[in-house]
Design a protein around this ligand. Structure first.
Ligand code: TEU
Ligand code: CA
Length: 548
């Protein structure tokens, strides 16, 4: 059985990882070419975001054909080669299953549009409330109403995301069977992991106007969700103990996650939840500029750690992915304490109870690009909200300031491999601009340098393998109300670990009220480590103490 509690997953956004044919778009051959680098980091799984046939309106999260590979990314042989080469190195491949919706280019949707009843039932078509008024007032996550009118039927179809991403009707058993078939197909190709995109949105049954929010309370963690996941598990990946699964849970509740990722609930191995990454939002509104709320960040992470543990359920733990800004720009420091803060943030996440996910470039401390012109942005969500913000009366300058912080493009700039042209990502013109700091921030120089962020990640990944307390231990929060310290305790079979971090760029003091004499320091981000009952922590100082 695969021990996912000791494993780390590396996420690749193929489009921005490595381009081998000079078209400016990363490809599967590029992933294969970099397997030795990934192996060096010490991870176990590689999660690839979608590379299936797609018009790319949402960079592949709009799937047109689940069984074939988009030419831009390569061929089926390229994929098979990748699985084979990964296997040689003990690396397993995890695929991204986008099952809440398909592209409107998908054959099923095209048949639905042509009037075939069978396929209309694959999607969610509904009559408007009255002429010109959509069935509900729900908002698309990418802006605007979530229903699109089809004149021919005088009906609307639901799209919680882009207008070209039509939501599937999971209440239709035929749809559920199609999804099973897709998973079985990829399992046969040697895939050992699945990530399920916004999977807690698949069970929709109440279609009412929302006067409190954007509609999400009616379709999130819906009434049949647990049944559908158990069914999928039983029919597909549940038959292979080697396979690990993770569900992306949009605006979920912790109670539902006990069940999604419960030890004995036969749904998924683990869950991504995002509440800790909304601490710089205003409620659910991300297109604002507010400083992050440190107390809230701690409260949320501590709550998820403690309660998921008590309820025998498993978290995926992470700061970064292809939808989030770079963490060192968000909660760390990109200037004087770039290195210290990137390492501190890594330690905070990697010593938690859960399976850590590293997003490409995070391991070398990549930053947000700081784009200053809308022509530099690519993401449909950013382009839409740039307009919406200005319609709401914001100045262009303020709209830019918000995009610079929250745009998903922040994490989608090319991987910085070297200090050479285009950061070594492509010899052509990259599909999105490279962040300007690649001469100082790149993988090549960090592999060389023992004290680099890369090597710190490597140590953390290794530590999880060697140390059972990190992998299996219980969790207890420390310094809960301290205004700068993020600290917690892990315990397992008589061993204790203390993970202590200064989250800020100034010195801070913390009276631990503990006798720390028996502890040894097993990891730090400074050249030395001073341990005392009253701890004096330097800017972004991060230490892990162990007592056996
Ligand atoms: O994201 C789901 C999701 O809800 C977000 O993280 C989304 O980016 C955010 O709400 C926007 O503010 C997943 C994928 O990770 C994302 O890339 C896709 O665009 C989305 O689903 C649709 O498939
Ligand atoms: Ca290419």
């Amino acid at each position: 059985m695969s021990d996912f509690k000791k494993s780390t997953v590396y996420q690749i956004y193929p489009k921005s990882f490595c381009d081998t044919n000079k078209d400016g778009i990363g490809d599967l051959k590029g992933v294969t070419a970099k397997l030795d680098y990934i192996k060096k980091l010490g991870v176990d799984y590689i999660w690839l975001t979608p590379f299936f046939v797609s018009p790319q309106n949402d960079n592949g999260y709009d799937v047109e054909d689940y069984y074939n590979i988009d030419k831009r990314y390569g061929t089926m042989e390229d994929f098979e080669q990748l699985v084979k080469e990964a296997d040689k190195r003990g690396l397993r491949i995890m695929l991204d299953m986008v099952f809440n919706h398909t592209s409107t280019n998908h054959e099923w949707f095209q048949k639905a549009l042509s009037g075939e009843e069978k396929y209309k039932n694959y999607y969610i078509f509904k009559k408007g409330k009255k002429a010109g008024v959509p069935p509900t007032n729900w908002e698309s996550k990418f802006g605007g109403n979530a229903w699109e009118y089809v004149e021919k039927f005088d009906e609307y179809y639901l799209h919680l995301f882009d207008v070209t991403q039509a939501d599937l009707n999971w209440d239709n058993e035929e749809v559920r069977k199609e999804m099973q078939k897709i998973i079985l197909y990829w399992m046969k190709k040697g895939v050992k992991g699945f990530r399920f995109d916004v999977v807690n949105l698949i069970s929709k049954s109440i279609f009412e106007d929302d006067y409190e929010g954007d509609g999400r309370r009616f379709y999130t963690d819906g009434p049949n969700i647990h049944r559908y996941l158990k069914e999928l598990n039983e029919a597909t990946f549940g038959t292979d103990a080697e396979i690990i699964t993770v569900g992306e849970m949009s605006s979920t509740s912790i109670e539902n996650c006990y069940e999604y990722a419960g030890e004995n609930s036969h749904e998924l191995s683990m869950v991504f939840s995002f509440h800790h990454l909304k601490v710089d939002f205003m409620g659910n509104e991300k297109w604002v500029m507010v400083p992050f709320d440190f107390q809230k960040l701690k409260d949320i992470l501590f709550q998820w750690q403690t309660k998921m543990c008590q309820n025998h359920a498993w978290n995926a733990v992470f700061w970064c992915n292809h939808d989030q800004p770079r963490v060192v720009s968000r909660f760390g420091n990109t200037q004087k304490y770039w290195k210290e803060s990137a390492k501190m943030l890594a330690t905070v996440v990697h010593c938690l109870r859960g399976t850590p996910y590293v997003y490409q470039g995070e391991e070398i401390g990549m930053t947000n690009p700081g784009f200053t012109d809308i022509a530099q942005y690519r993401d449909v969500e950013s382009l839409n909200h740039f307009k919406i913000l200005q319609q709401k009366g914001l100045s262009e300058e303020n709209a830019y300031a918000i995009l610079q912080i929250h745009s998903r493009d922040n994490s989608r700039t090319p991987m910085q491999w070297t200090g050479q042209k285009n950061a070594g990502f492509t010899e052509g013109t990259p599909w999105i601009e490279v962040t300007k700091n690649y001469d100082t921030i790149n993988a090549e120089s960090q592999i060389e340098e023992e004290s680099s962020i890369f090597h710190h990640y490597k140590k953390l990944i290794q530590l999880r393998k060697e140390n059972d307390t990190i992998a299996y231990g219980d969790f207890e929060p420390l310094a809960e109300k301290h205004n700068a310290v993020f600290a917690y305790k892990r315990t397992y079979q008589g061993e204790t670990l203390l993970v202590i971090n200064n989250f800020y760029g100034h010195e801070t003091k913390w009276d631990t009220e503990m006798d720390l004499s028996g502890y040894e320091c097993i990891l730090t981000n400074y050249p030395d480590c001073h341990v005392d009952t009253v701890l004096k922590l330097r800017p972004y100082e991060s230490i892990v103490l162990k007592k056996a």
